[in-house]
Design a protein around this ligand. Structure first.
Ligand code: F6P
Length: 489
């Protein structure tokens, strides 16, 4: 059976029934901004939002998230709610407001200076600050208060997302025993040796173990979590059932590899407006049909391996100068978490590196790396996927990574090669990619050459297999399988 919106709808009716479905995440699925005096909405980038919006369109529940954007307050009603997507409302978005101090301590501080580097193990040292931790607790409680206000005395299922809200399950259960809560972590779970340095580890583990179901992208992360609990707490870890019982409460631990809406992307890639968009983008980057175009699309984050990617491109042109003028690399980089110094430094390093590499290899009318800073619409990104002869996804560590799956979904004509880091969750499924270790510059440069020189017939065979994997393991299957697991609770 192939999962579709219809199938998911049926599963929701069967499993959720008359319960209210609530999603809780830090990032909201739609943000409202002022542009030239008018209010516009955009969909933020990021894995969780990309994956869950199509699911919520089917589910019709309430999504509770931090209202973080300039015009967010202008468009909500008295309950701080707005129906979304704004052009075709399908579900409710309830916004939570944070003070600057709360946002700084909870989001920039504890979530992204402590938990993000702790869980990614990309050789950036986590910093644990007591004030950040205090704000993390305050904001988790704020989410709990809001969710309980949405639920009132109804039956509900709360689906918590990601590392920003690790305490939420426990806070909710303590005040409403009838709630079913599940938590999905979109980032890797590290091994016990890495996690044990965290001063707040026991509180975090207790927070997660209050949930009925705990999901990770891959089994390896489930294993790491179970080992972590074994070494830190007095809990019963059942390897057979893959569950943990702590304080008389059992939590199921399961792997659900997240994905994309294959059908929607594939159809969008076939839509009429693509022709015009492709022409426009080709003109913007001076791409003609003889040029082999490689692309990368990342938030500017040290876990994404963007520096390593540009260094590999540099090494590729050093080793194989005959490819100058015949290959370009377009890197779209969305600014992210810029109030954290590591991210600011990374952004500066990236600018300098691109400048240096372009200066070193450029010829009169050609330079190798285009760093794209401007906002690109969803349709433009799909056009970019269509143009790309190769997509280079090279994180140092990533829970899953959805860019590689989107690229595959957009390649209706079976063209294109995927170059993929072996340290992404997606590498477990997308076996027909060309794999790289982003830390190995020489190997990476050779992989680029291999991708360019792969005969067309082989490329399309690989792409066909990649597409059938993503078509099958689509976002509806991810959500459906997750919800089906609730039957066991
Ligand atoms: O992909 C992991 C993830 O944590 C998402 O859940 C999140 O939306 C994304 O990274 C982007 O991060 P941020 O929300 O901080 O911009």
């Amino acid at each position: 059976m192939r999962w579709s919106t219809e199938q998911l709808k049926k599963t929701i009716e069967k499993i959720i029934g008359d319960r209210l479905l609530i999603i809780a995440s830090n990032r909201e699925p739609y943000i409202h901004v002022y542009k030239e005096g008018k209010i516009e909405y955009i969909r933020p980038i990021g894995g969780a939002v990309t994956a869950l919006d199509p699911v919520m369109k089917v589910c019709k529940g309430t999504w509770v998230a931090h209202g973080s954007s300039s015009a967010d307050r202008e468009v909500v009603d008295k309950k701080n709610e707005i129906k979304v997507p704004p052009e075709n409302p399908k579900y409710t978005l309830r916004r939570i407001w944070l003070t600057k101090d709360e946002e700084n301590g909870y989001y920039y501080g504890y979530s992204n200076k402590a938990l993000w580097p702790l869980c990614h193990m990309a050789y950036t040292r986590p910093s644990f600050d007591d004030i950040d931790w205090a704000y993390y607790k305050i904001v988790n409680k704020k989410f709990a208060d809001t969710i309980l206000d949405v639920v009132k005395d109804k039956k509900a299922f709360v689906w918590i997302q990601d590392y920003h809200l690790m305490l939420l399950g426990k806070l909710l259960k303590a005040r409403n025993k009838n709630l079913i809560t599940a938590h999905f972590l979109h980032i890797p779970w590290p091994n016990p040796e890495a996690f044990r340095i965290c001063p707040q580890k026991i509180d975090l583990l207790k927070g997660l173990l209050a949930n009925d179901l705990l999901g990770f992208h891959i089994r390896y992360h489930c294993g790491n979590f179970m080992e972590t609990v074994k070494s830190e707490m007095e809990a019963r870890v059942d390897a057979e059932k893959t569950s943990i019982t702590y304080g008389g409460h059992e939590t199921l631990i399961r792997a659900f590899p997240i994905s994309v809406d294959f059908k929607e992307i594939s159809e969008s890639a076939n839509s009429k407006e693509m022709k015009g968009l492709i022409k426009k983008i080709k003109e913007e980057f001076s791409i003609n049909d003889d040029v082999f175009t490689m692309i990368g699309l990342d938030r500017i984050d040290y876990t994404k391996g963007i520096i390593e990617k540009i260094q590999a491109v540099d090494r590729f042109f050093e080793k194989f100068p005959e490819y100058k003028r015949k290959v370009v690399f377009i890197q779209k980089g969305g600014l992210s978490r810029i109030h954290i110094s590591k991210y600011k430094e990374l952004n500066d390093t990236l600018n300098n590196l691109v400048e240096e590499v372009n200066w070193k290899h450029s010829t009169e009318k050609w330079y190798p790396v285009h760093l794209v800073r401007r906002h690109m619409s969803r349709k433009e990104i799909i056009a970019l996927y269509k143009i790309a002869d190769a997509c280079v996804v090279s994180p140092l560590h990533d829970g899953m990574n959805l860019v590689c799956k989107e690229y595959v979904a957009a390649k209706n004509d079976l063209s294109g090669v995927l170059i993929l880091s072996q340290f992404t969750g997606a590498s477990r499924e997308l076996e027909d990619a060309i794999f790289v270790n982003p830390y190995d510059k020489e190997g990476f440069a050779l992989a680029i050459k291999k991708a360019i020189e792969l005969p067309d017939e082989k490329k399309s065979k690989r792409m066909k297999r990649l597409r059938s994997v993503v078509r099958e393991n689509n976002i509806y299957k991810w959500a459906g399988k997750f919800l089906e697991e609730l039957k066991k609770i």
